[in-house]
Design a protein. Structure first.
Length: 369
């Protein structure tokens, strides 16, 4: 009999040698039956209180028995020297630490060797289009963030003796549909209350005083959103260290733009009279040069091998789009030239404008009637 005069095993309908898993299963079954929100019996509140008390006492008793059994367990013999496993004392320490963690912390992120996995450091590098095309060196610096040594990066303490308030220890809550149930988000479905680690505030990370700075070589031809990875230069956890991931961001260029097919385009403004005269315009290149382009081939031209580098080392095309602009104001000399041009066209319109010549012929025929 328990100190309160009621055997908790009888209260939950269990045998005296029930395991912790059997205790939890019985508690959830009885809680679903006697919870006041589901049972209108006037004795449901009192019965649920007795069930909670019995569950708490059995959890304490089963855990104490498990700790005693673990302490009295025989020590395994030393492994042979030729094996690559750690020494027996270190192996026993890691094993005991892992059991303690799995018992007292919820859903730990453990690797096979008993350590939490470090996460990579993420940075962004904003570079010019020319730097991305030709390659450059970018400086990365900051403070390394280590995993919290107290919680090994998990960040949350799980109390096996405190039931989750959101689901009353059931691990599930009513869903949107009638009669449906979903996993309780605050406790992850195990029915235990969570508490944040006091050292890291629940984040699982602590900023160390170890600064880092790297000169990262960015290869030629990187696109916006691509990443450059530095192996083993990121977050540290024990003897292991994660990677540093550098994401490339391209600045907006005043002359060049990207097309949907990941090719380069350049819009060149040109006045109407240069277009009519089939003149020549200057087109920029990524290397900083200017090339001359004749306008006799249409409003858009493609220059092979003058665009952005590809992964195989080749160069993509450069699309040149001509934007025709009509002047709105003219100087006196320009107006005189325009008047001379207009008089010349009116005097002999056929070569320059056949439609105008046909219109003038119709006017003359109409005037003779």
């Amino acid at each position: 009999m328990d100190r309160a005069g009621v055997d908790p095993h009888e209260e939950l309908g269990l045998k005296a040698d029930a395991t912790l898993a059997q205790v939890k299963k019985a508690y959830r079954r009885l809680a679903a039956q006697w919870h006041p929100d589901r049972n209108a019996d006037p004795q449901a509140v009192r019965r649920m209180q007795r069930i909670n008390e019995a569950y708490r006492r059995l959890c304490e008793r089963v855990e104490v028995m498990a700790d005693d059994a673990e302490a009295e367990a025989p020590v395994e013999p030393d492994p042979p020297p030729q094996q690559a496993s750690p020494p027996p004392n270190e192996h026993a320490k890691a094993k005991a630490k892992r059991k303690w963690w799995e018992r007292d912390w919820g859903k730990p992120r453990w690797e096979p060797d008993g350590e939490a996995a470090p996460r990579p450091l993420a940075h962004e590098a904003e570079i010019t289009l020319e730097a991305a095309a030709l390659g450059c060196t970018h400086r990365v610096q900051g403070l390394i963030t280590d995993l919290c040594p107290d919680c090994e990066g998990v960040g949350r303490w799980v109390s096996p003796r405190t039931l989750c308030q959101a689901c009353d220890g059931e691990g599930r809550v009513p869903g949107k549909g009638s009669g449906s149930w979903v996993t309780c988000a605050p406790c992850g479905g195990d029915g235990h209350e969570r508490q944040a680690c006091a050292s890291c505030g629940g984040s699982g990370e602590l900023t160390s005083a170890r600064a880092y700075h790297y000169e990262v070589r960015i290869p030629a031809g990187v696109r916006d959103g691509q990443t450059v990875v530095l192996r083993g230069q990121g977050q540290r956890c024990g003897a292991r260290q994660a990677d540093l991931v550098l994401t490339i961001r391209l600045r907006v260029h005043p002359l060049f733009t990207w097309r949907a097919d990941q090719t380069l385009s350049c819009t060149v403004p040109v006045d109407l009279f240069t277009v009519l005269a089939h003149g020549v315009v200057q087109v920029p290149t990524l290397e900083g040069h200017l090339i001359k382009l004749a306008l006799a081939d249409g409003a858009e031209q493609t220059l092979p091998g003058m665009g952005f580098p590809n992964k195989d080392g080749s160069r993509g095309p450069l699309h040149v789009v001509l934007q025709t602009l009509t002047p709105t104001t003219y100087s006196a000399a320009q107006q005189a030239l325009l008047a001379q041009l207009a008089a010349s066209i009116q005097a002999d319109p056929l070569p320059a404008c056949p439609e105008l010549a046909a219109w003038q012929a119709q006017l003359r025929q109409h005037a003779r009637r």
